[in-house]
Design a protein around this ligand. Structure first.
Ligand code: NAD
Ligand code: AHE
Ligand code: ZN
Length: 375
């Protein structure tokens, strides 16, 4: 049966740096291999703000942003067998096709199929505004809309008990940090770690480190209000770079001293390149490794003395915590349902889609970790 277009509300980004426009749009029926989802809740990630700011070299407009969403499958296009109408799902900005070179390598979660073009795999968008103008997709998900269309490789069915308001947060921030500690760094019992930036991503790195029984878990943030948050998630120490215990020492020297030569693993969860350098340089000589998670603005580059690597430190990075969404997400949802993974604790603000512009101001406020929007 041929599906029909649906009219619904969406938050459209027409221009970089401008507020989103909440308006009625038309969402076309899913074509072959596609899935139309009624988004119930979406989180707002720092990366949405980054693209809206105009600093994302791949950013394009007009676009429907959002990549941390959960909802119900409304309809599916021809040939879709992995999900069916009524399924509760999370949209995956890192797809998993299981057929490409990347998926088949077993070495990475970065699927090669759908990448940043803002269009569906057939090269066309499914969104139009009232004037009939095409609106492009974002990260293959576009969750700032009451309905969205995604490729079937960009969606995973999850346990119905999870609740959309919580499940949406597994679509990016929580999974990213938790996975970076467990899959990418492979933190081991007793390892000392440093986490730079205590937003949803950094706090989730802390959760992964706690789960793997790390030793010292040093959290770093310029916002002093984050100390309480970091400790609540299991950090053993907190440093504010502008108020170090010994003012004669740099942040890197302070961390090296606290850990008898440096940490085994560090994580950048800020996107600030000077922080990435400090994160590398506070690693232990010979084996310490630093994982870059933060997304830096166009034109920004990382630097350090090559000697840092010659003497055995490693620089790594990951997207979506190295998680293969279709294969691993139900396990993460189960960890949440079993009380092993904190999710609810992240939700500090809940709003309706129409108030989504507040989101970008709230993000800068220290008391906001994650906010979710009802569609
Ligand atoms: P957030 O804005 O909620 O948190 C960032 C935190 O970093 C804040 O607490 C802020 O006070 C702190 N901070 C900023 N500058 C700092 C500095 N100089 N030193 C120490 N702390 C500093 O953001 P988030 O949603 O948690 O995302 C964190 C970063 O990760 C962003 O850059 C985001 O784009 C990126 N990200 C990457 C992936 C990925 O797959 N690689 C996924 C999600 C988010
Ligand atoms: N477009 C940006 C890159 C942004 C980026 O690195 N995105 C991460 C996810 S952030 C989620 O909050 C990602 O998935 N990267 C892998 C990929 O293939 O995009 C730029 O700088 O060009
Ligand atoms: Zn994100």
């Amino acid at each position: 049966t041929e599906g029909k277009p649906i009219k619904c509300l969406a938050a459209v980004a027409y221009e970089a740096g401008k507020p989103l426009t909440i308006e009625e749009i038309e969402v076309a029926a899913p074509k072959a291999g596609e899935v139309r989802i009624k988004i119930e809740y979406t989180g707002v990630c720092h990366t949405d703000q980054y693209t809206l700011s105009g600093k994302d070299p791949e950013g394009d407009f007009p676009v429907i942003l959002g990549h941390e969403g959960a909802g119900v499958v409304e309809s599916v296009g021809e040939g879709v067998t992995s999900v069916k109408p009524g399924d509760h799902v999370i949209a995956l900005y890192t797809p998993e096709c299981r057929e490409c070179k990347f998926c088949k390598s077993g070495k990475t979660n970065l699927c090669g199929k759908i990448r940043g073009k803002g269009l569906m795999p057939d090269g066309t968008p499914r969104f139009k505004n009232k004037e009939g103008k095409n609106l492009i997709h974002y990260m293959g998900t576009s969750t700032f809309s009451q309905y969205t269309v995604v490729a079937d490789i960009s969606v995973v069915a999850i346990q119905k008990e999870a609740g959309f308001d919580k499940a949406c947060l597994l679509g990016c921030g929580i999974t990213t940090g938790y996975g970076a500690a467990i899959n990418t760094a492979k933190v081991q019992e007793g390892d000392n770690v440093a986490i730079f930036g205590c937003g949803a991503v950094g706090l989730s790195v802390i959760q992964g480190c706690v789960r793997n029984k790390a030793g010292k878990i040093i959290a770093i943030d310029v916002n002093p209000a984050k100390e309480e948050w970091a400790r609540k998630f299991g950090a053993t120490d907190f440093l504010n770079p502008s108020k170090l215990p010994d003012e004669g020492k740099t942040l890197v020297e302070t961390i090296i001293e606290m850990t008898d030569g440096g940490v085994d693993h560090s994580f950048d969860c800020t996107g600030v390149v000077s922080v990435m350098r400090a994160a590398l340089e506070c690693c232990h000589k010979g084996w310490g490794q630093s994982v870059i998670i933060g997304v830096a603005a166009a034109g920004q580059e990382i630097s350090t003395r090559p000697f840092q690597l010659v003497t055995g430190r490693k620089w790594l990075g990951c997207a979506f915590g190295g998680v293969r969404g279709r294969t691993e997400m139900p396990g993460l949802v189960q960890d949440y349902l079993d009380g092993k993974l904190k999710v609810e604790e992240f939700i500090t603000h809940t709003r309706e889609l129409k108030d989504i512009n507040d989101a970008f101001d709230l993000m800068k406020a220290g008391d906001c970790i994650r906010q979710n929007k009802m569609s």
